[in-house]
Design a protein around this ligand. Sequence first.
Ligand SMILES: Cc1cc2nc3c(=O)[nH]c(=O)nc-3n(C[C@H](O)[C@H](O)[C@H](O)COP(=O)(O)OP(=O)(O)OC[C@H]3O[C@@H](n4cnc5c(N)ncnc54)[C@H](O)[C@@H]3O)c2cc1C
Length: 495
Amino acid sequence: MRYDFVVIGAGVSGITSAITLAQNGYHVALVEKADRIAPLLRGFSRQGVHFDTGFHYTGGLGAGEPLDIFFRYLGLSEHLTSFSFDEDGFDIFNCENPGFEFKIPTGYAKLQERLGEAFPDERAAIGSYLSQVRATCNALPYLNLDMEIDQNSALQRVLGPTVREKLDSLTENVLLKSLLSTHCLLYGVSCDEVSFAQHASIVGNYYESVRGIRGGGLSLAQACDTRLSKLGVDVFCSSEVAGITVAPGGALSGVRFASGGSLACNAVIATVHPRILLELAPEGTFRPAYRKRLGALEETVSAFMCYAVSNRPIPSLAGANRFLLPDAGCLSDLGRRPIGDAPLYLSAAYRKDEIEPHGFIGICPTLFTETTSWESSRFGKRPEEYRRYKGQCLERMQIQIERAHPDLAGNIQYMEGSTPLTIRDFCNTPLGGLYGVKHMVGQYNPHPTTRIPGLFLAGQAVVSPGVMGAVLSGLLACGTILGHDIMRKELKACC
Ligand SMILES: Cc1cc2nc3c(=O)[nH]c(=O)nc-3n(C[C@H](O)[C@H](O)[C@H](O)COP(=O)(O)OP(=O)(O)OC[C@H]3O[C@@H](n4cnc5c(N)ncnc54)[C@H](O)[C@@H]3O)c2cc1C
């Protein structure tokens, strides 16, 4: 059997690609290394509490907003129930030094008003920042279905200015700049490296509305299972691709599995990390300069993460995430601060069918180099020294968390941690990047097309991390194949 398309990697971007192509009448195989599709989204449970791993919340899922339209187009909406995060404060910014708390509300107007109340001398800067975020989002193809694909908007992400440069041009208020940069923790790149355009394309959606999905990432993964099966996509799990094969004339001919065996196809969409792609592409098919570019891509920051269960409900974490910042300068050079004195993101975790959280997940940006001395050890067989390191990190994290949340002190009954090594293995990012490669000023941004005819790219490396970015990358790849006008017309029919 010969497939029209093989999609490598069944994360959000691969699933989006497979569904879109199948909906357009193509015969598609979706191939995933893990034993189930969407492994990043499924999370895990401990002591009756479910911890989401790859999805807590998203912007742009409100009625008629881009992700809502995309989910409807993909036939996922009917299987999902979304809910609003606290509109009065979906994220709570908590700075220790100087002591300052700010509840970030949804809605541009409300956000502008509240920022203006907290920083009355900065109203002009705030207005200018927000209108530039909004304009950037409105100018992006697919986020705005009336926009043509324009090379300039893609270049802005690589050429800058950075978020820091943009904010420096607007204000000298360090605390305000820190507050407006906080969401860099959602994409893992410091404000002095990420372009303002990239930042705006992500945060702009959160400023509109913020929603979660009942049942979390697991529900999204299950909705994808249902949809793929209904469309007749052939899903191959526990099937690691070891190579893309090319016929003597240079045309793409299929994929080869690490365990032996192969699939024949006319075209491939690869959604894996660009470094993994280099291992899959046949020798000599990519130009040396392209190989060098992909091989040199820097990764987003890694993280130390904790998963905690409380013996009492934690109302302070319901409906909102917390960003704990030791000081206003801690968002530069992400990962370089020691755990306990670094920014920390907290998101609630729930028992089945309970409304109040009974646990939380904590994410602290950490450099992969913290764990390189154990990098050759395997999951479940790490040495004692590594376990001690983990224990010390957890202790420092717990102190920081209990300082900010005295209601938790003495109530944490279970706490486990994961390190950059865990992230490397779980997220399939060779250098432990939490969100794959960095999107930053001065760094090449991979395109959906490649030099190999019939080989297309999607995934968080192509557009941006996040469910929205991964979906967008799948649509962009399929738009390149089917025609962007056709894709946009189909999407508009779902508005
Ligand atoms: C801790 C954490 C929290 C997050 N929280 C949020 C959030 O709250 N909201 C949000 O929007 N986003 C969040 N994200 C980001 C979001 O989950 C990701 O950006 C998105 O899921 C990436 O999708 P993808 O398809 O690009 O990549 P992936 O999900 O990584 O998909 C690639 C797939 O390829 C497979 N693969 C790799 N190599 C091979 C091979 N050789 N053969 C076959 N298969 C292979 C992998 O197993 C993987 O399933 C979070 C991420 C993390 C890590």
